[in-house]
Design a binder for this molecule. Sequence first.
Ligand code: NAD
Length: 300
Amino acid sequence: MTAKIIDGKAFAAKVRAQVATHVAKIKQSHGVTPGLAVVLVGEDPASQVYVRSKGKMTVEVGMNSYEHKLDADTPEADLLALIDQLNNDDNVHGILVQLPVPDHINEDLVINSINPAKDVDGFHISNVGLLGTGQKSMVPCTPLGCLMMLRDYHGSLSGLDAVIIGRSNIVGKPMAQLLLGDSCTVTIAHSRTRDLPDVVRRADIVVAAVGRPEMVPGDWIKPGATVIDVGINRLDAPEKGEGKTRLVGDVDFASVSQVAGAITPVPGGVGPMTIACLLANTLTACCRAGGFEEPEGLTA
Ligand code: NAD
């Protein structure tokens, strides 16, 4: 079998277009422009790239982008004061603090000081609790993007066996809640799971979110299963030239794509969906704040 490739890049472009159309609509009918504030503390090069590309795409869909770059040694109190200011700014509908923050700053405190209604990352404990109890919440962007692709490919997910490898707060746990919400039978596997290959072999849906390059081989996959590869791992690629690198997922694409029914590639799978879902969440937050109609299919 050769798996169907789930094209996250094309899907994300569709989501962004849908967001842009709805943004134009609420601008026209309500005179409101959704705004996303992104806060970056320090000069981590990868974070700088993410923040730049988030800002660019925010503007492309017609929203306002507010970037706040703080020095790496910014005191925690100053960051909290900025968040308080953004919480009280009616032009800001979404707030994202780029993680990780420097060690002297308490990450949990920062996340939980964001107004939950503006918490477009969905990491605030209130949103985690709302999601866990099946209530309307802001949903973390990466698992939301995975869910959208799974719904699009399968239609109904009801009754399917889903195995998520990885139990992080950012991906694994919220992914489990979302798939449970869609009536999958969910298993979360992790670094202490016994007989991981056998656990994964049961799955109709595998979501790999581990951070270990090409860890999942084809012989762990049930024939015809759908495989969502969240991992982003950079490997040296001397074959491309000195100092060059390439991106790989947590799944061994070459062997898994021979067995799976469908698979997301890396790059071009989950990654682009994450930013598209951030824009969707900002729009959702704006609609909820203003009491405007929410767009179809852009949240859980
Ligand atoms: P994390 O380090 O917080 O969590 C990794 C999880 O993997 C842990 O729960 C751990 O128990 C589990 N694990 C580690 N070794 C294992 C093993 N040998 N067997 C089974 N489980 C094992 O990572 P994270 O933040 O969830 O990210 C996971 C991967 O997803 C990383 O590669 C990250 O870069 C990527 N990621 C991608 C996006 C995206 O937009 N595509 C977003 C977030 C994270």
